[in-house]
Write a protein that binds this ligand. Structure first.
Ligand code: FMN
Length: 211
């Protein structure tokens, strides 16, 4: 490990089962993490972003009910998984269900939002999404560096209009980029994940392209 930054980069995992649902998260820390995340780049430095932090139990209940419905629509229930549910690795299936069952108890839910809509064409998609998701990831890294844990979810966006109503967001003029669960861990052991190896995913230039 070269630095503390490398440690944070390699150990920011989706923590769903090991989140302490009874320990609140200070708003000050959330704001500090977000302040750092606002350093993330956006196309043309537009920053047409907003971040809705939810710690009110009633709003959380609303968000998590919508999330759970979207999650079950897509993956099915524990006893009746959908085809997509069958394809999830077992560990992810278990912990994703755990989060869907307990999201209303997660101390803080952070919803990154853009005040615009993604283009329909393929051209422009990268620019559009890369103007919000780096900030979301920076927020998660900053949280990790402060001893918090997070879990990014996108499934709730399948029911974006319902979420917009719960959150008091304009729809369809704004676009949500996920729901990030934020809490303290119930343990302090963080490991690097097993990922596809570098050699499998990296190609220099046109190596192996020309037969
Ligand atoms: C685009 C995207 C969408 C995701 N959506 C969900 C989701 O809806 N629910 C969930 O529990 N986890 C979700 N995850 C978390 C992934 O399951 C998780 O990142 C992956 O299994 C790797 O695990 P790790 O983050 O612990 O390394 C999502 C992650 C990404 C990047």
């Amino acid at each position: 490990m070269h630095s503390d930054i490398d440690l944070v980069l390699t150990t920011t995992r989706s923590v769903r089962k090991r989140m302490d649902l009874d320990r609140p998260v200070d708003r000050d820390v959330v704001e500090e993490c977000l302040d750092l995340a606002l350093q993330a780049p956006s196309g043309a430095n537009r920053q047409d972003w907003a971040f809705v932090a939810v710690d009110d139990p009633a709003v959380k209940a609303g968000v998590s009910a919508v999330y759970r419905a979207a999650f079950v629509d897509h993956y099915g229930t524990r006893s009746r998984p959908s085809a997509a549910g069958e394809r999830l690795p077992k560990g992810v299936w278990e912990s994703a269900h755990q989060l869907a069952d307990t999201m209303h108890r997660v101390p803080v839910l952070m919803i990154p939002v853009r005040h615009s809509v993604p283009p329909q064409e393929r051209a422009g998609q990268a620019s559009w999404w890369a103007s919000i998701l780096p900030a979301a990831w920076s927020f998660m890294l900053a949280a990790r560096s402060r001893g918090l844990v997070t879990s990014y979810t996108a499934r709730g966006c399948d029911r974006e209009q319902e979420l917009a109503e719960v959150l008091g967001l304009e729809y369809p003029g704004t676009t949500q980029a996920g729901i990030i669960a934020v809490g303290h861990p119930d343990h302090q052991v963080f490991r690097a994940a097993r990922r596809r190896p570098l050699a499998e995913v990296l190609r220099w230039n046109r190596e192996d392209c020309d037969g």
